[in-house]
Design a protein around this ligand. Structure first.
Ligand code: GLU
Length: 388
């Protein structure tokens, strides 16, 4: 069979593949410690499930508008206004099948052959693949631990060409957990405005922050940057709703309308009754978000301390998300060899940094229980000691 050329240009998602492999090994009875996919281990809070169940019982089982249920679009616009200081109307919002789908819709609506998209590395692995699928060109800007894996204003300025259309900003970051300070954001915003490019702010980890760190949306800094910003977010991480597949985009009307057109010919609406669960997530008690955040904070502490006591590994302390991104260069292994050997010999699943454009690192998700973390760290220590 002759497949379309675009298929040969992209690879399957490594995060999903390794997570599936770890799950399959567990199902075979193998004692695997999985730190692979970034998926909270908590069940979705009961009040959110109850709201979706009620909607299902009430017959909210039909097609809805491709753009999303009006109630949810309104709730999202309200959230963006009150929590993020972003002045959007419901018509500026599209409800999508998860944060990944938000970004895919956006990139498809915006990027075409010849367009460049600036992506700081380490990056979430699906960004460049989406750009490729849309026919665009990713301009990867390498960052280092010295700048906390954050792009500097000089780096952004240098990467911009007349072909640059979009800059992808992800704070808190997957895979590093780093968070841009308000001052750093402002410096980036100045360049975006001056060069008149667009920025998509992927804020999927906004609720998962530590040590008093605050989330700032770049679009809230001033009117000029607001007009050039598109917000991508969703319910998966903050509300532990990964399998529900509900995300959203907010941005300039013309662009949101274009994504609705694309969505109307691809997925249509997001599962109707599920959207009522999302309404409850936003309008109900936020205690569940804080409880999960506190659990992540404890796990971060334990995992971070353990990793930094392992000779040969070093790790920055992240301010957000639920990932650690240790440097493994002292082991002399590539990130792929390290990850494969660790899974093979110690039954510990991690994601090789190469998937995120950083071969000196591995990514560990601590969105898992403490017992797994303690056991997994013992095994990781044994493995690294055997390599150095
Ligand atoms: N975003 C999560 C991760 O990076 C889930 C898997 C995926 O979609 O890549 O692990």
């Amino acid at each position: 069979m002759k497949l379309a050329e675009r298929v040969s240009q992209v690879a399957p998602s490594i995060t999903l593949a390794i997570a599936a492999k770890a799950k399959a090994m567990k199902a075979e009875g193998i004692d695997v410690c999985s730190f692979s996919a970034g998926e909270p281990d908590f069940d979705t809070p009961n009040h959110i499930k109850a709201a979706a169940e009620k909607a299902l019982a009430e017959g909210k089982t039909k097609y809805g508008p491709a753009s999303g249920e009006p109630l949810l679009r309104n709730a999202i616009a309200h959230k963006l206004k009150t929590e993020n200081n972003l002045d959007y109307k419901a018509e500026n919002v599209i409800v999508t099948n998860g944060g990944k789908h938000s970004l895919f819709n956006l990139i498809l609506a915006l990027i075409e052959a010849g367009d460049e998209v600036i992506i700081p590395a380490p990056y979430w692995l699906s960004y460049p693949e989406m750009v490729t699928l849309a026919g665009g060109k990713s301009v990867i800007v390498q960052t280092t631990a010295a700048t906390g894996y954050k792009i500097t204003p000089e780096q952004l300025r240098q990467a911009i060409t007349p072909k640059t259309k979009l800059f992808i900003l992800n704070s808190p970051s997957n895979p590093t957990g780093m968070v841009y300070t308000p001052d750093e954001m402002l410096e980036l915003a100045k360049i975006i405005v001056e060069k008149d490019i667009l920025v998509v702010s992927d804020e999927i980890y906004e609720k998962i922050l530590y040590d008093g760190t605050k989330h700032i949306s770049i679009g809230s800094l001033n009117e000029e940057i607001f007009r050039r910003t598109i917000i991508s977010n969703g319910f998966a991480k903050g509300y532990s709703m990964t399998g529900w597949r509900i995300g959203y985009l907010a941005g300039p009307l013309e662009l949101i309308k274009a994504t609705i057109t694309i969505q109307s010919h691809s997925t249509s609406n997001v599962c109707t009754f599920a959207q009522y669960g999302a309404v409850e997530a936003l309008s109900g008690s936020q205690d569940c978000v804080e409880e999960m955040r506190q659990a992540f904070a404890k796990r971060r502490e334990v995992m971070f301390n353990r990793i930094n006591t392992i000779p040969g590994l070093s790790c920055l302390q992240p301010d957000g998300a639920f990932y650690l991104f240790p440097d493994i260069t002292k082991t002399g292994l590539t990130s792929l060899d390290f990850s494969n050997a660790l899974l093979e010999s110690e039954k510990v699943a991690v994601i090789p940094g190469i998937a995120f454009g950083a071969d000196d690192n591995i990514r560990l998700s601590y969105a898992t229980d403490m017992e797994t973390i303690e056991k997994g760290m013992d095994r990781l220590e044994k493995f690294v000691k055997s390599k150095i």
